[in-house]
Design a protein around this ligand. Sequence first.
Ligand code: GLN
Length: 276
Amino acid sequence: MNNFILSNLNKLKKIDIPNPEIDLRILLNYSKYAKNEIILSNINRNDINVKKFNKFLNRRLKHEPVSKIINKKSFWKDDFFVNEFVLDPRPETEGIIEESLNLIKNKKRNIKILDIGTGSGAIAISLSREFKNASITAIDISDKAINVANKNIYNKKLQHKVKIKKVSLDKINTSFDLIVSNPPYLSKSEYKDLSIEIKNFEPKIALDGGKDGLNFYRKLAKKVPEIMNKDAHLIIEIGEKQLNSCKEIFKFSGLSYIKKVQDLQKKDRIMLLSKL
Ligand code: GLN
């Protein structure tokens, strides 16, 4: 490997970036002139816009996630535009899509879906890929997140299937067959202990669930039953230690608990409820 690669790799290693080779390769490929894929072992410096690369690398050296630097994150079947105003869609959240598919066997059904706190729009867009005849509403209270969700929806030409609205949950007064959400659910102390990568580069509004992290579930339990059709379901992401508290919160809500699903780390992550 040449010195250019080795010295940059060392800079990343020195500050304990977990997969320095992978990150370096991505950043090089996002600053290349050449058409061909750059791999570390055969790189020619002339193929790289070094000024652009250095800017990218310096951002990574400040612990900015690669996704925010290249404005792209993959989720389910798509790549999404992301920036500092939306939470990066995470693999564990794909459980919401899987469970929706397990639940609604007829993918052609004309169902109404609501995604609460859509952020980048990843969940809503992924559901529209699966349920071709669904009419999907995705809401968020952040103007800047709404801009990102709209950008993703226009990029994918899905504006007729997914409607984005800047509105808070309590203003919703139509009913749905499926409601999904990955709400902010970190407690105050969990938020304080986050890595720099998340704390400095992901929006607090998407993570901070109040003192015990459960504020949003209380809001959901209060409001959501009245906007659910008969036989409708609610699928939500939860924090790894929140299953019992969430069961408690929904106990008298008019919804019944169906099941939980664990993520790949075997942590409780998704909770399913249905209208009584
Ligand atoms: N799983 C996320 C994290 O730990 C939290 C997501 C959320 O609060 N909705 O970064």
